[in-house]
Design a protein around this ligand. Structure first.
Ligand code: NAP
Length: 469
């Protein structure tokens, strides 16, 4: 990799005297490491393959399993969204792509190692950190980050079992798709999940679950909500669940009117919510209550969550969100924070704390490392968009990389075996694609025995044992 960007930082670069001609038709392959085998990383590998220039891509993943949030973030009752893993598998199975699972960047392979073995690196590690509400009581037992609940019901190997499902009343804070996932899963009957890949430990907990009321708190109005309409509308199909919306909450403020005028998703969301408000209740045993212009100001309880004090909000003359008077105590034994994710700084890369992203221009990392270092996905743009958004995002990064390619310095050890030799010398039990397929087959076979698409192996040790054959 070259370390310095050319003056002017323009894209019309000519071949650098340092370049080794890699990636040129008929030439040596361009060696690229992609860190992260979630949607952004795998789509980046796919975009490199599509470039029709000789490439040799290693997708380095900390877990033994590929697919990132598709496997560990998408809810089990969304099999259609999860099926994008089939497309991802095709990319990872390409002869020009090598999957290296159970390899952690910064631990098993350092930034210096990657410089020695690859022309370029694309970091696609997502936004793994939770965000804080910063209200009293946030750390009581029963107050959860939505991400921890999601990881647990998806069988993530690092998930910590908690009493996620023992509350009759729960508060979900946030008005995005993660909040919808959490609220929907909380009121979903176990029987509706038996044919999904929900792990056995979670299914057992669902069978004993007793949520009757879930309060979804949106700190702004319905037009400002971040839901996507199909995800909102699908709540209509939940069995035994009433959707409680107060029509007074749906009156639009001037900013809301403007959003609804110009944004089709917001307009459709408001339409769906109005339909629900008009429809009234059926007396179903479970309810999701939508509370707009409402935010939590304190979580009550001595050891465990016993309730949540909420206040009404409004937007003041300066456009700031402020408290607007009456407070109310909601009964709750659990609180889920679904207020977005934040990125994490990576060794050897600059980091912008305010946005939680790595500063970049069209995917090229700016600051310390310059050319040869790229980002894609949430660590590049922040935790926004649906899975498909990562395809165009990764394609942009790869376009930038290919423009820069003539400037790359030849890596000292470009042979693919040099990387695996190094991992072996370090005693890293890396999982290749063929080995992952053994885990995949095992999971599908275990699922088939119980009428499910798969039963995930939830421990890293067990995955490694199965992958060893
Ligand atoms: P998100 O879409 O950014 O929503 C976060 C929500 O939390 C917003 O309503 C935000 O309100 C609110 N919030 C933030 N800080 C808050 C605070 N301190 N107090 C109260 N509310 C607060 O994030 P997300 O739901 O985590 O989703 C992340 C991305 O994954 C999104 O792009 C989402 O669409 C995607 N996703 C997609 C699916 C799917 O397609 N099925 C499923 C899950 C996630 P403000 O707007 O006022 O900041």
């Amino acid at each position: 990799m070259t370390r310095t960007a050319p003056a002017g930082d323009d894209h019309n670069v000519v071949e650098s005297p340092n370049g080794d001609g890699a990636g040129k038709p008929g030439g040596r392959p361009l060696r690229v490491a992609v860190v992260g085998a979630g949607p952004a990383g795998v789509y980046a590998a796919g975009a490199l393959l599509d470039a029709q220039t000789p490439v040799s891509v290693d997708v380095i993943e900390a877990l033994p399993a590929p697919y990132g949030l598709v496997r560990y973030g998408v809810a089990p009752d969304h099999p259609k969204i999860k099926s994008v893993s089939t497309v991802m598998a095709r990319i990872l199975a390409s002869p020009d792509v090598r999957f290296l699972g159970n390899v952690t960047y910064g631990v098993d392979l350092t930034a210096d190692d990657l410089r020695r073995h690859y022309h370029a690196v694309i970091h696609a590690i997502g936004s793994p950190n939770e965000r804080s509400l910063a209200v009293p009581g946030e750390h009581l037992e029963g107050s959860f980050a939505a991400a921890d609940f999601v990881a647990w019901y998806n069988g993530h190997p690092h998930a910590v079992p908690r009493r996620f499902l023992q509350a009759r009343q729960a508060v979900v804070v946030g008005a995005g798709n993660v909040a919808l996932d959490v609220a929907r899963m909380l009121v979903t009957d176990a029987e509706a999940l038996v044919a999904t890949d929900l792990p056995d430990h979670a299914l057992e907990a669902w069978r004993a679950a007793q949520a009757s009321d879930v309060y979804l708190l949106a700190r702004r109005g319905p037009a400002h909500a971040k839901f996507t309409t199909p995800e909102l509308r699908e709540l209509t199909a939940l069995d035994g669940v009433d959707l409680v919306v107060d029509s007074a909450d749906l009156a639009l403020d001037p900013a809301g009117e403007e959003i609804v005028e110009s944004n089709r998703v917001a307009r459709r969301n408001v339409d769906v919510l109005r339909e629900w408000a008009d429809r009234g209740l059926t007396g179903a045993p479970r309810r999701i209550h939508f509370r707009f212009w409402t935010r939590p100001i304190e979580i009550l309880g001595s050891e465990r969550v016993e309730g949540v004090v909420v206040e009404r909000t409004t937007i003041d003359a300066e456009g700031r969100l402020v408290g607007a008077g009456p407070t109310e105590k909601l009964p709750a034994q659990a609180v889920f924070r679904a207020i977005g994710y934040a990125g994490r700084a990576l060794p050897g890369l600059p980091f912008d704390d305010a946005s939680g992203t790595v500063p970049n221009v069209e995917g090229r990392v700016v600051g310390s490392d310059g050319y040869g270092t790229y980002v894609a996905g949430w660590i590049k743009r922040g935790p926004t968009g649906v899975i498909g958004t990562n395809k165009s995002d990764a394609a942009e990064t790869v376009r930038t990389l290919l423009v820069d390619a003539p400037m790359f310095e030849p890596p000292a050890e470009p042979e693919p075996e040099a990387v695996t030799d190094l991992l072996e010398r370090r005693g890293v039990r890396y999982v290749g694609w063929g080995q992952w397929l053994l885990v995949d087959e095992y999971e599908v076979a275990s699922g088939t025995r119980t009428g499910r698409p798969r039963l995930k192996v939830c421990s890293i040790e067990e995955m490694l044992d199965i992958s060893a054959g």
